[in-house]
Design a binder for this molecule. Structure first.
Ligand SMILES: Nc1ncnc2c1ncn2[C@@H]1O[C@H](COP(=O)(O)OP(=O)(O)OP(=O)(O)O)[C@@H](O)[C@H]1O
Length: 280
């Protein structure tokens, strides 16, 4: 991915308040083609709000959102067709069979990839003859995913896409999501509370806490640079360390590069441990 190309999605100092309560706080973030970005944060941290602002469904209180080089407020119909979205609770197409629902949905997208649709129907084991209203929650989510992905959007936004999928479907989906992004040069932004999935498939992690983006970095860098430091009482932290949380002599930091005077230990953390340490 080339950082000098146009970002697929760019947030510039985006804030959003509801009745004076801040849900996003001056958030800046740029995503590029080929990135698979996992969005992690506690319930109510602002993940869905961020996604809705990215889609233009919700207007920020201040700041700029750009999608594929255009302000999200002025997206052309052509650019809108390059975006795929699966909300937390997909709905619609009651009264249709899966096949009919797909026929209708497909008709809106000239770029639809029929082979991809067929492959994903098989992958999720969906029966095209089944009525949509008789599908289980997970099957509905699978259908919504097929609908959002089969036209190979340049930006794919998925709000907890695998929450209702069983572990086998989830694993398959996550692995294929990554392949699809690489293959189609798409950019994927997805939220999930399943940290092992994020760790396995995301190229980048965006960590959001109470509406603030506390970290955005490559997963590989995260493994190297985010540490839980144990310090001697009088230790001085180097200035270039970014302190994420502190509990006495235990300090959670980003940007860790090397040992310094007074450092007792620098423990690596997996994503779940990082999440726990950040919120204690
Ligand atoms: N339409 C709305 N009206 C009022 N408040 C809202 C609205 N949408 C979100 N909020 C508030 O904004 C904050 C962020 O909510 P958001 O849904 O973005 O969180 P989230 O990180 O997606 O949470 P979860 O993991 O539970 O889905 C919460 O305090 C929520 O109550």
């Amino acid at each position: 991915m080339e950082m000098n190309e146009t970002p697929t999605l760019a947030f510039t100092q985006v804030s959003k308040s509801f009745d004076g309560q801040s849900a996003l706080k001056s958030l800046s973030l740029s995503l590029y083609p080929g990135m698979v970005v996992g969005l992690l944060g506690q319930n109510g941290a602002g993940k869905s709000t961020l996604m809705r602002c990215a889609l233009g469904i919700m207007e920020p209180t201040s700041g700029e959102v750009n999608v594929l080089g255009s302000s999200v407020k002025e997206l052309s119909a052509k650019l809108k067709m390059q975006i795929g979205y699966v909300p937390q609770q997909p709905f619609g197409y009651e009264g249709f069979s899966v096949a009919k629902a797909l026929d209708l949905h497909r008709s809106f997208y000239p770029e639809w990839d029929m082979a991809l649709e067929t492959e994903w129907l098989q992958r999720f084991d969906l029966d095209a003859k089944q009525q949509v209203q008789r599908l289980s929650v997970g099957q509905r989510q699978s259908l919504a995913l097929i609908m959002a992905m089969s036209y190979r959007p340049k930006l794919l936004i998925l709000d907890e896409p695998v929450a209702s999928l069983d572990p086998i479907a989830r694993r398959k989906f996550m692995a294929d999501l990554f392949d699809l992004a690489i293959e189609s040069g798409s950019c994927v932004l997805f939220s999930s509370h399943i940290t092992s999935d994020l760790e396995r498939v995301a190229s980048h992690l965006a960590l959001i806490k109470k509406g603030e983006l506390v970290m955005f970095k490559e997963i590989d860098e995260l493994r190297e640079q985010v540490k839980l430091l144990c310090l001697e009482d009088k230790a001085q932290l180097p200035d270039d360390l970014n302190v994420l949380n502190r509990q006495g002599n235990k300090v959670l930091v980003d940007n860790y590069r090397q040992s310094f005077d007074g450092l007792v230990a620098a423990e690596p953390l997996n994503l779940e441990q990082l999440f726990m340490e950040l919120h204690t």
